[in-house]
Design a protein. Structure first.
Length: 341
């Protein structure tokens, strides 16, 4: 089997690929003999592509899609590489989704076409690329199955909206058929407007739709959960905000999160901000500063979360929502090696 230096997994369901039915053919023309492209319409189709990449000694593993596509490529690769006792490969995110915060983190610009041309050029010149090591976390937990049983699972990730306003935000965000930065701004604006409509001076206004008034309250509805941080239980068991990141991220150029992540530590945001405190935190969210109002933000090692009551956890990890989770633990994960292209 011929060696290929560049392997591409392309997700036809990503935001920019939905109308490009010959996407895999386009990318293969760019690679020529230097690489291979495999189209994966479902998560189950990723593993065979990964086994082929390993067999053909692929050097650069490219994800043509958004953060979700990268999430599944990294995690499926992790399973295969751990079974073989190998280190994770050089992973290349592209800008093909709704947010693309990992690509932006390492300064990768442009769509997959442009990125692949630069990779092909570097390979042709025999020029090695500088590599940045991006911190991750390992999320391990238990999910309730359809028959009422329990199923353990584990994932590598970079950001997590565990419960509270961040997690509920993504439930609303994905109601948009084509979510993106505009969706992000619209949800924030709707939230701010809803908070204003709940102020005493405005709450009595007639003809204001009830759904507008209720939006902020629904987003800030607390979720019951038992939390341990670095082995110590927290006194609070009801949360409006419980979010975690392994690295500083810029979401759509609008919201900047997790400035305390790094040096082997995770950034944990936890608390119960009021509607007013949510508004006061917006400036820090836009600047990328630690939150100060109704939320405690700190650098931590491990976080354990256990659902209490009838509502199970539904953490959103890098844009992928994992539902029916009964308990979960987060700890610093491997460094993901990403070439700076």
């Amino acid at each position: 089997m011929a060696q290929a230096k560049i392997g591409v997994v392309t997700n036809p369901n990503s935001k920019k690929n939905r109308a490009r039915f010959d996407r895999a053919v386009e990318l293969q023309k760019i690679l020529g003999a230097r690489g291979i492209v495999r189209e994966t319409r479902t998560v189950d189709e990723i593993a065979p592509a990964i086994r082929e990449f390993i067999a053909r000694d692929v050097r650069y593993w490219v994800s043509d899609g958004g953060d979700g596509a990268l999430h599944w490529l990294v995690n499926q690769a992790r399973d295969e590489f751990e079974r073989r006792g190998l280190a994770l490969p050089l992973t290349v995110p592209t800008n093909g989704g709704t947010i693309d915060f990992v690509a932006k983190k390492v300064g990768i610009r442009g769509q997959a076409d442009e990125i692949l041309r630069r990779l092909v050029e570097a390979e042709g010149e025999g020029r090695p690329l500088p590599v940045e090591e991006v911190p991750s976390f390992v999320m391990s937990g238990v999910r309730r199955t359809a028959d009422g049983g329990a199923e353990p699972f584990s994932r590598i990730g970079f950001t997590a909206a565990i419960c509270g306003v961040g997690q509920r935000f993504f439930d609303v965000y994905y109601l948009d058929p084509v979510p993106g930065a505009e969706t992000l701004v619209r949800i924030i604006a709707l939230g701010v407007g809803s908070i204003a409509l709940n102020a005493p001076v405005l709450s009595a206004l007639p003809l204001v739709p009830k759904a507008w008034r209720d939006f902020a309250g629904n987003m800030l509805r607390p979720q019951r959960a038992r939390v341990r941080v670095d082995g110590k239980p927290l006194a609070t068991e009801s949360w409006r905000a419980l979010h975690l990141g392994a690295m500083f991220v810029d979401i759509g150029g609008v919201v900047k999160l997790f400035p305390l992540a790094g040096d082997g530590k995770l950034d944990l945001m936890s608390g119960n901000p009021s509607m007013t405190e949510i508004l006061l935190n917006l400036g820090d969210l836009f600047r990328g500063s630690p939150l100060r109002h109704g939320v405690e933000e700190r650098a931590v090692g491990e976080v354990e979360v256990e659902a209490l009551g009838d509502e199970l956890l539904a953490p959103c990890i890098d844009g992928e929502i994992y539902r029916d989770v009964t308990c979960v633990k987060f700890a610093p994960g491997p460094l993901i090696r990403i070439p700076r292209i």
